[in-house]
Design a protein around this ligand. Structure first.
Ligand SMILES: Nc1ncnc2c1ncn2[C@@H]1O[C@H](COP(=O)(O)OP(=O)(O)O)[C@@H](O)[C@H]1O
Ligand SMILES: [Mg+2]
Length: 584
């Protein structure tokens, strides 16, 4: 078993920090040396009390060493804090970068609450662990060892008292340490629960209000919070008994010392100075053992936090570029898409496939409409084209090239997508529109907004395209958000455009206008449009009907109305009031 494997994995920063770590440890040891030196001087002053000259010299030395001890201690703290902060910073950047590299499948496996706890509290634990470790891991054992050796050299007859002190400290502080270790763990787990509860509640607070569930949610949170409070208090309780214990051990040592040392001094076999020095060494040993008892649980806690971070750190992005990449020349892309026997499952270990044996051919420049009930797999199907996920089996080809062979950057230039859930970043409108193509000139972005029928409402805003977008775009209506998010997809000037139900919140008329303006703006572009409206399907070259992850029918409206019962059903449900002549 290797020593603190996770923490070491997190602190690869040490490779560049060995020098600083060494310096911090030198300061720690120098501080310990000064601390240990003082009792010896005290002892010689007292033993040699008649020599005033020597006493003054010694007193000056003691003062000097006390000052040095403080200076070295400060230097060690400064270095420890810096190294710990640098570690925290490094881990935070690394984890953030890692999360950015995740594909959709990886992201599905972590909740926002979990990621946040790890990026904040867990990194904080590591920070504290590293800091305390650099302050005491060498210094405390060194001070203990040297104190024991000095006592052994100068007053070997008192070593047995020292042995009792050490054994008692081991028992008391060892017990406290083991207890705190468990309590730290429980504290962290409870913190996780508080965070997850908070995060989920905040995300759904409007639903909570709409259903008047505040009291229920409050009670739930109070309970969780109460447990967290208890979990926080527990290690402090344990800790509060360590100081009195230390004093108690010192008391026992004093008692034994008087018992054994008193007669020895009276008999003249031991000097008073030796007794005083011994007492100070006992003090150093107990204090350092106490410090170690606090340090070790903190290190164990930091190691556990590092383990949780390592999960994120070591998760391999599911979608990566392959070795034999085939860059596609953007000027020659035609935009044909073929699904070859594609199956897909979100949960690879389960036995239910979300998509089953999909075979589909979309010619370059064709407009295809996807229809199907909620959960029939429409979003999933189109998300495989830009490789948000990879098929479990089968292939997807763009102009005859497997999408897995196309570098992802290249692929995302070819395929533009407006996601089902429009998302706007806080900032301004123009930056949101040109998000996927930051180099696009202002006029280009405005042209895209015009096609997406966003220009109208944007132009009415006082700041127009510089108008602010607040968090999650909440100062815009659902339909406006969707239109801006479609404009964002258009600016990429893709060769294959996917609109995943991105017109669900705009009215039928506007939807028709947007889809009608598209061919001119993006001429020759293959369009894959998911919509629950049959009106969209009517305008498409081809309609694909999905049911429970399978394609049940492909064809034009005319073909499907007679051949696909499901299509007929969807159609009838929307145009129920129409006469038969209208639909044929
Ligand atoms: N990220 C995901 N993780 C697990 N299951 C998912 C995920 N997204 C969708 N699903 C499941 O896959 C099925 C198809 O979903 P989806 O493709 O979104 O359907 P549609 O777009 O047709 O409404 C549904 O049963 C849904 O619950
Ligand atoms: Mg969907």
């Amino acid at each position: 078993m290797s020593f603190l494997p996770n923490l070491r994995r997190m602190t690869v920063i040490y490779r560049g920090y060995w020098g600083k770590i060494a310096i911090s440890q030198i300061f720690a040891l120098l501080m310990a040396a000064c601390m240990i030196f003082i009792p010896m001087q005290v002892s010689s002053i007292i033993n040699d009390a008649s020599n005033i000259h020597a006493a003054v010299e010694n007193a000056v030395l003691i003062a000097l060493f006390a000052v040095l001890c403080g200076v070295f201690c400060m230097a060690n703290v400064v270095y420890s804090v810096r190294i710990a902060e640098a570690t925290g910073n490094y881990v935070r950047n690394g984890i953030y970068k890692k999360i950015q590299s995740y594909s959709f499948g990886n992201l599905d496996r972590f909740s926002t609450g979990e990621l946040l706890t790890r990026l904040t509290s867990d990194i904080y634990q590591i920070n504290i662990g590293v800091q305390l470790m650099l302050r005491a891991i060498l210094m405390a054992p060194f001070a203990i060892l040297v104190s024991v050796i000095l006592v052994g050299l100068f007053s070997p007859e008192l070593l047995w008292i020292m042995a009792i002190v050490i054994i008692l400290s081991f028992v008391v502080f060892g017990y406290a340490m083991m207890k705190m270790q468990k309590q730290f763990k429980a504290r962290q787990e409870n913190y996780d629960i508080v965070n997850t509860t908070l995060q989920e509640n905040m995300a759904g607070i409007r639903v909570v209000k709409a259903f008047v569930r505040q009291k229920f949610e409050n009670d739930k949170f109070f309970q969780v919070n109460e447990k967290f409070k208890e979990a926080n208090i527990a290690p402090l309780h344990t800790n509060s008994f360590t100081l009195p214990s230390a004093l108690f051990i010192m008391g026992i040592a004093t008692f034994l010392l008087i018992l054994a040392g008193g007669p020895a001094v009276i008999a003249g076999t031991m000097k008073v100075g030796a007794i005083l020095a011994f007492f100070q060494y006992v003090f150093i040993i107990v204090a350092q053992m106490w410090q170690l008892s606090l340090l070790i649980p903190q290190i164990v806690s930091a190691e556990a936090s590092a383990g949780r971070l390592k999960e994120i750190w070591d998760t391999v992005p599911e979608i990566v570029d392959t070795e034999q990449k085939r860059g596609v020349d953007l000027t020659t892309v035609k935009g044909g898409v073929i699904f070859e026997n594609v199956s897909f499952a979100y949960d690879k270990s389960g036995d239910t496939d979300t998509l089953k044996g999909i075979n589909l051919e979309v010619a370059p420049g064709e407009t295809v409409a996807f229809l199907g009930a909620n959960g029939s797999g429409k979003s999933t199907l189109v998300s495989l084209i830009p490789r948000f996920y990879d098929p479990t089996s089968g292939r997807i080809l763009i102009d005859g090239i497997d999408v897995k062979e196309i570098p992802q950057d290249n692929l995302r230039q070819i395929v533009g997508i407006a996601l089902q859930k429009a998302f706007l970043f806080s900032g301004n409108i123009i930056d949101n529109i040109s998000f996927g193509n930051p180099d696009i000139p202002y006029e280009g972005a405005v042209a895209a907004a015009k096609v997406a029928d966003a220009d109208g409402f944007v132009s009415n805003l006082p700041e127009k395209y510089d108008a602010p977008v607040s968090r999650k775009g909440q100062n815009f209506s659902g339909g406006q958000q969707q239109r801006l998010s479609m404009a964002r997809a258009f600016t990429v000037k893709p060769h294959i455009l996917i609109l995943d139900d991105s017109t669900s919140a705009v009215d039928v008329e506007t939807e028709g206008k947007i889809l009608g303006a598209l061919p001119q703006f993006l001429s020759g572009v293959t369009r894959l449009i998911i919509s629950s409206r049959v009106s969209t399907a009517l305008a498409a070259d081809k309609i694909v009907v999905l049911d429970k992850g399978e394609i049940t029918a492909v064809g034009t409206h005319k073909e499907l109305i007679s051949s696909s019962p499901l299509y007929k059903e969807i159609f009838a449900s929307q145009l129920g009031g129409l006469r038969k002549e209208d639909v044929s």
